[in-house]
Design a protein around this ligand. Structure first.
Ligand SMILES: CC(C)(COP(=O)(O)OP(=O)(O)OC[C@H]1O[C@@H](n2cnc3c(N)ncnc32)[C@H](O)[C@@H]1OP(=O)(O)O)[C@@H](O)C(=O)NCCC(=O)NCCS
Length: 167
């Protein structure tokens, strides 16, 4: 899985990869504005946060973009994985697992992070299973977020750097 920096032209692709409004809020937790959102507005949201947010596109071996994520630089060795999404037409093929592993490798190897953290809605079984399979464990108190007019619980999860471990 190849990683590269997100470019403005990728934002429409990212929006196309999401199935619907529910998925937009599952992915963003409402932190990237409201649905529907244009590609330009999404890009503006990312630019606003560029001091603390590294945004990526994941490509398959043929260099076709297949997924997106970001790392929020929290300091103290904590890189926070967010905005994880795989092309809706290419899920269930191992791409999400490869992409999240590549994201963690980047955080641990390139950025020397001590841990990668994330928050995932408890109702999001595919993502929860994916993170658990990679080795993320619950870490810290759960939180409650606004979700489409209601409230939903989120697990706080973390993967800690282990010496000599290849992710
Ligand atoms: C979550 C997501 C990134 C997973 O990507 P993916 O490419 O479909 O996942 P993979 O094929 O790599 O599967 C890896 C593991 O995830 C879990 N998983 C994936 N799809 C699943 C599903 N539909 N139901 C239950 N578990 C699932 C499984 O544990 C799977 O391992 P297995 O195949 O050995 O059973 C993808 O479903 C997605 O983009 N979802 C919408 C956006 C989203 O929810 N983002 C996360 C926000 S926190």
């Amino acid at each position: 899985m190849n990683l590269r920096k997100l470019e403005k032209g990728d934002c429409q692709l990212i929006l196309n990869w999401m199935k619907d409004e529910r998925e937009f809020y599952i992915i963003t937790g409402g932190t990237l504005g409201t649905y529907p959102i244009t590609a330009d507005a999404l890009y503006d949201q990312y630019v606003k946060q560029e001091d603390t947010l590294l945004t990526f596109i994941a490509e398959d071996p043929e260099h076709t973009p297949v997924g997106h994520f970001a790392l929020r630089i929290k300091g103290n060795g904590n890189d926070r994985l967010c905005y994880v999404v795989v092309d809706k037409d290419k899920r269930g093929q191992g791409l999400g697992e490869s992409m999240v592993k590549a994201a963690c490798r980047y955080a641990f190897d390139e950025r020397k992070a001590e841990k990668v953290t994330l928050a995932v809605f408890q109702i999001n079984e595919p993502a929860l299973n994916c993170y658990k399979k990679i080795g993320f464990d619950t870490d810290g108190p759960n939180s409650i977020f606004d979700f489409m007019g209601g409230k939903e619980a989120c697990y706080e999860m973390a993967l800690y750097r282990r010496p000599n471990e290849t992710t």
